[in-house]
Design a protein around this ligand. Structure first.
Ligand code: NDP
Ligand code: GDR
Length: 345
């Protein structure tokens, strides 16, 4: 049985990756941040009683800023594959918390690389690199494109990306970076653009809210569907040679296009419900990201099949359904880093 260690297992991608690996028969170990409230909602459906000797999902308290703990865990778990998905992953927030973002999103990767190297455990290593590393470079972007990050988050990801490359070149480790363009799902964090919009559409459609505040509608992104992207991560880790790959759909849409698709799906005119709030602008914006997934298609046989507007539709439907189950308090849930999300008439 193969054993994987996933940091960021409670996040969007970590939850889909855990599902995928459990389905493939792996024993999956995840790093869990201690929190005063439960933070496992994305993986609760995968829960296994640890008293069962056959349990294959095991969580360990830890933090990517705690080097000693990471070494201890790698030695104890003896993983075949390590997936580093932990990050302060919100670009806008990274301008508010640049040093914290650097520590977690940038230096965190080095702590984990070093834990693998120092322990001598022959684990393969995956780093969650990002299209945000391309920043100001004109699209399309591929593995060969120069990097020009435009946020503390992007800069941190470039640091982690190059460190991963350095451990591969210097120590011969099987260490790869997946350069993933935006990927979304019903499990997407509520303060990222797509989910913020689809939650708002559900709230507005059912009369719980009247409008949503957004920032820049002109930005262009290459949005795909998260479950397909974790499959790509796994394929990179099964390759004969360690290599970095771009995962993207190869299609671009503006924020305005996504918003229109989400509101259209329930028969609403977005222009009547979207208001502008400059607090959602970034000091430096990434204007346009469009990936060239040619290498992943040719060498990994990986191809995205879900595109905007299908993505917008499935996310709106999921939020409408969640609203039905969660009841009237649903929209009142505080969203601390991105307040105010939606407003009442
Ligand atoms: P999320 O924000 O949903 O998840 C981030 C995860 O990191 C959570 O499990 C979070 O834990 C954990 N985490 C945060 N800080 C720490 C810390 N100090 N120690 C340990 N764990 C921590 O991100 P996604 O799932 O969307 O993305 C996964 C990775 O891929 C991230 O590294 C992201 O930057 C990167 N990426 C994402 C893309 C996307 O479009 N989604 C595109 C390209 C790259 P908790 O639940 O406790 O907060
Ligand atoms: P991004 O995702 O910055 O691309 O990073 P996000 O969904 O936050 O923004 C996408 C675009 O929408 C614009 N925008 C808004 N964004 C948010 N969050 N809230 C708003 O109200 C709003 N209004 C307009 C943004 O300016 C931006 O242009 C994501 C993260 O998952 C990163 O971790 C990952 O690395 C990259 O995708 C690839």
């Amino acid at each position: 049985m193969k054993r994987a260690l996933i940091t960021g297992i409670t996040g969007q991608d970590g939850s889909y990756l855990a599902e995928l690996l459990l389905g493939k028969g792996y024993e999956v170990h995840g790093l869990l941040r201690r929190s005063s409230t439960f933070n496992t909602s994305r993986i609760d459906h995968l829960y296994q009683d640890v008293h069962d000797p056959d349990a294959r999902l095991l969580l360990h308290h830890g933090d990517i800023t705690d080097a000693g703990r990471l070494i201890q865990l790698v030695e104890r778990v003896q993983p075949d594959e390590v997936y580093n998905l932990a990050a302060q992953s919100h670009v806008r927030v990274s301008f508010d918390e640049p040093a914290h973002t650097t520590d977690v999103t940038g230096v965190g990767a080095v702590r984990l690389l070093e834990a693998v190297r120092a322990s001598g455990v022959p684990a393969r290593f995956y780093q969650a690199s990002s299209s945000e590393m391309f920043g100001a470079v004109h699209p399309p972007q591929s593995e060969e494109t120069a990097l020009h990050p435009r946020s503390p988050y992007g800069v941190s990801k470039v640091f982690a990306h190059w460190m991963t490359r350095n451990y591969r070149d210097g120590y011969g480790m099987f260490a790869v970076s997946g350069i993933l363009f935006n990927h979304e799902s019903p499990r997407r964090g509520e303060t990222f653009l797509t989910r913020k919009v689809t939650r708002a559409v559900a709230a507005i459609k059912t009369g719980r809210a009247d409008h949503v505040y957004l920032g820049n509608l002109d930005a262009v992104r290459d949005w795909g569907y998260a479950p397909e992207y974790v499959e790509g991560m796994w394929r990179m880790m099964q390759a004969d040679e360690p290599q970095d790959y771009v995962l993207a759909t190869g299609r671009d849409f503006s924020v305005r296009d996504f918003v229109a698709a989400a509101f259209d799906h329930v028969g609403l005119d977005w222009e009547r419900h979207v208001r502008f709030d400059e607090r959602y602008l970034r000091p430096t914006e990434v204007d346009a990201l469009l990936g060239d997934p040619g290498r992943a298609e040719a060498e990994l046989g990986w191809k995205a099949t879900v595109h905007v507007p299908e993505l917008a539709r499935l996310m709106v439907d999921a939020d409408l359904e969640a609203l039905e189950h969660e009841g009237p308090t649903w929209i009142d849930r505080p969203v601390l880093t991105d307040w105010p999300v939606v407003g009442r008439a």
